[in-house]
Ligand binder design. Structure first.
Ligand code: UDP
Length: 365
């Protein structure tokens, strides 16, 4: 069985690492990877392949930047050519990026069945490019691997045939379990290198277009995090897009006085920072969940989240960046808070279930 995986963004490298390693254990499965190039900096791409033990992709399209239509269109052209050549039995895609959408559309038009990992997530905000990508991708996919019960419910409401939906758990939980001890056991991890004290600092990440591309929201975030940073060390690994915008609008210097701005971190350093932080403020989907994996309270700098179970369970608070005062309050209130005892993300065997299913062994029950 020949399977082509299409990926291109940091969270996809992380998710694919565990699924690819499970697929490699399945007899008769041959996986070929296409990297679209959506994320291309060494510390957003190569580092993850190295740290997570992934092989170099067979195809690298080198496509990044530009408006959504142009980027997705160029990816479609490149992926279609490769699929026509490789003729796989299945195309495997992850999450909600333009690489996900391009992989799904290129495959389905060539009548190649698509498997979507992280199916069924919804923010119900169609202004988010990710929401459009998810909905279209789910609609054209044959296998919908849902991480949570809530994701299954969303798909059911949209009329998806239950036979296509498989609740397998969250592959990010698998990865965090797999690498957690490795991250903690290093002599010179990020916490030590940065001179931080265990549970003595806050961690922040911001990269969503709804925040970076809206000057008012971005300024609220900057003001709130700068203020939090005056009372508690605050570390912010800056996504390249966020750094570029902050530089362009002249907000970087306002932050530098009280916030520790650092380069994007490798996965192990990020896990360690999350584990050691006293609170996390983020607009990242993955980081919200990882905060919970470490039982660290989280404040989500958005109007809504796809991971509502964490809000309901008391682990996460939504703080839309419309008032700096409200964001500061949300972060200060979150410190020390623990939510209820929930297990929404499976048993850490999501990748194995996906690989078994796709390789024809059948889903583990
Ligand atoms: N991440 C990382 N280094 C960083 C910031 C994030 O390794 O400097 C990891 C993080 O631990 C999580 C994933 O990247 O596993 C989340 O990706 P991102 O926030 O880019 O995207 P999203 O999850 O919002 O789609």
């Amino acid at each position: 069985m020949r399977l082509v995986t299409v990926l291109g963004a940091r969270p996809q490298f992380i998710k694919a690492s565990v699924v690819s390693s499970e697929l490699a254990k399945c007899a008769g499965v041959q996986e070929v990877v296409i990297h679209t190039g959506q994320h291309f900096d060494a510390n957003m791409s190569d580092l993850f392949f190295a740290e997570l033990g992934m092989s170099k992709p067979a195809h690298e399209l080198g496509i990044h930047g530009g408006p959504h239509g142009e980027m997705t269109g160029r990816m479609l052209i490149g992926i279609e050519r490769i699929l026509a050549d490789e003729r796989p039995d299945i195309v495997l895609i992850y999450g909600d990026t333009n690489s996900t959408l391009a992989g799904a559309l290129a495959a389905v038009k060539l009548h190649i069945p698509v498997a979507h990992v992280e199916a069924g997530l919804r923010s119900f905000n169609m202004r988010m490019p990710e929401e459009v990508n998810r909905i279209v991708t789910d609609r054209v996919s044959t296998w919908l691997f849902a991480p949570t019960g809530e994701a299954v419910t969303h798909l059911g409401r949209e009329g998806v045939d239950p036979a296509r939906i498989h609740q397998v758990g969250d592959v990010m939980y698998d990865v965090a379990l797999h690498h957690g001890a490795r991250a903690a056991g290093r002599a010179n991890g990020a916490v030590r290198r940065l001179g931080l004290v265990e549970k003595g600092f806050a961690l922040a990440t911001v990269h969503r277009a709804e925040n970076t591309d809206d000057p008012d929201r971005l300024e609220v975030i900057v003001d709130a995090l700068a203020e939090v940073g005056r009372g508690l060390p605050l570390v912010w690994p800056l996504h390249p897009r966020t750094r570029a915008v902050l530089e362009r609008v002249g907000l970087l210097s306002r932050l530098e006085q009280s916030v520790r701005l650092i380069e994007p971190q490798g996965y192990l350093d990020m896990l360690e920072l999350e584990h050691s932080a006293v609170v996390i403020a983020t607009d990242s989907g993955g980081v919200q969940k990882e905060a919970f994996f470490h039982r660290v309270p989280c404040v989500t700098l958005r109007d809504e989240t796809e991971w509502m179970e964490l809000v309901v369970g008391g682990w996460n608070t939504l703080a839309a960046p419309v008032s700096a005062k409200a964001v500061i309050e949300a972060i200060e209130t979150a410190i020390g808070r623990q939510g209820s005892d929930i297990t929404p993300y499976g048993n850490g065997d999501a990748a194995k279930r996906i690989a078994h299913h796709l390789s024809g062994v059948g889903i583990i029950t």
